[in-house]
Design a protein around this ligand. Structure first.
Ligand code: ZN
Length: 393
């Protein structure tokens, strides 16, 4: 249900991660969150960084905020987005470098390519026993951020298939069973999170569009099973919480993983069957090429489109953002349109200031369209002239 976007026309947000402050040098490593928060140096840096992430979003004027993925370590390409759960969930152990034999989740790039570094940095535990929640501690992490702001904090988690596909399975020896076991464990974690009061959860990201685009369909890795996995993971939650499904075309170290960004068109029917309230689409980097297809397939869920690109340092202007929103409004009604970045901006991508000004552009561009439609605008402290320190001579 629309517990976060309800009541706001053309709500704005980001997908999740933000660039870490340079002074945020502490890392979780293999500790769990509560254990690390006993360490006063970690606790101080973590809470200061989360506050900085939230303040930047509030100063920009975003309606729905995130904790910037503050729990993830400063590692190559933002790898911790993958490794955070299996390091802490029950059933996983060890720290094994990625191997290509039989590897499903591989990137084809050879040594010398930046994405090869990503593969070298993919050190993951093995799956050696029954999967359980372990010490994911999503609720504590969400509370640590939500108690710093009155705006809804959107909590993001990687999806079960990506965890199961990234590890060697010596227990289930069956990818389908492994994925469903991770799904059940994540479900328990999310139930606790919703019970604690979290109003918006984002699943990052179903493999539906990637499988559909690659035409890769086997008896496990196919869009229908991915719909089943998603819906199993969030079962029963949508009645009490707003469920988002994030999709994009890749983000390690802020890199594109496809030469030309594929189209969402082959995946839209399956995406529409997800038990989700909001679907996010990478849209800025593709020049809005799928807007018409998205509008013609997605008729009830809200549609969140990227209006700034997480791969580029050039900050989109408010006019460019407004123009993209006007194009989107030809296909998606304002009541169902949400604006965001294409993906997270913090996975070893841009600087803090680049990300900040992209967030400001999201809000200023949305305000232009809100003004045109007679809708209330969001206050953007970052752009108020009265606070400029540059004086007229
Ligand atoms: Zn993404």
């Amino acid at each position: 249900m629309f517990t976060a976007t309800a009541g706001t026309m053309l709500p704005t947000t980001i997908i999740g991660s933000l660039p870490r402050p340079s002074w945020y040098t502490e890392n979780l490593g293999r500790r769990n969150f509560r254990e690390a928060m006993v360490d006063r140096f970690y606790r101080e840096q973590y809470l200061d960084a989360a506050s900085a992430f939230l303040r930047d979003q509030e100063t920009a004027g975003l309606d729905i905020v995130t904790d910037g993925d503050c729990r993830f370590d400063a590692d190559v390409g933002g790898h911790n987005w993958f490794s955070y759960p299996p390091i802490r969930m029950a059933g996983f152990a060890g720290a094994e470098p990625y191997r290509t034999e039989g590897g499903r989740a591989g990137l084809p790039q050879k040594r010398g390519h930046i994405l090869h570094d990503i593969l070298e940095a993919r050190v993951m535990p093995d799956l050696i026993g029954p999967v359980g929640r372990g010490t994911l501690q999503y609720t504590a992490i969400w509370k640590a951020a939500q108690r710093l702001t009155t705006r809804p904090v959107k909590f993001g988690t990687i999806t079960p298939e990506l965890i199961a596909m990234a590890v060697r399975d010596f227990h289930y020896k069956d990818l389908r069973k492994a994925i469903m076991a991770v799904s059940d464990a994540l479900h328990e974690e999310l139930v606790e999170l919703v019970d604690a009061g979290c109003r918006v959860i984002q699943m990052e990201e179903t493999q539906i569009h990637l499988l559909a685009a690659k035409g890769l369909v086997d008896k496990v890795l196919n869009p229908d099973f991915m719909v089943e996995v998603f819906n199993n993971t969030v079962r029963g939650l949508r009645g009490r919480c707003e469920i988002w499904c994030h999709t994009c075309w890749g983000n390690p170290a802020g890199q594109r993983i496809f030469g030309t960004q594929p189209s969402y068109a082959p995946a839209l029917a399956a995406l529409d069957r997800l038990d989700a309230d909001v679907l996010t689409f990478e849209n800025c980097s593709t020049g809005g090429m799928d807007l018409e297809a998205i509008g013609s397939h997605i008729k009830e869920k809200k549609v969140c489109i990227g209006v700034v690109d997480h791969h580029t340092l050039q900050v989109e202007t408010p006019d460019q953002v407004a123009e993209m929103i006007r194009r989107a409004l030809k296909h998606v009604p304002a009541e169902r349109l949400v604006l965001a970045s294409d993906c997270g901006m913090g996975r070893e991508g841009m600087s803090r200031r680049h990300a900040f000004h992209k967030m400001v552009s999201i809000v200023l561009g949305t305000n232009i369209v809100r003004r045109e439609l007679g809708l209330p605008e969001a206050r953007c402290l970052a752009a108020e002239e009265q606070f400029s320190m540059v004086e007229d001579r």
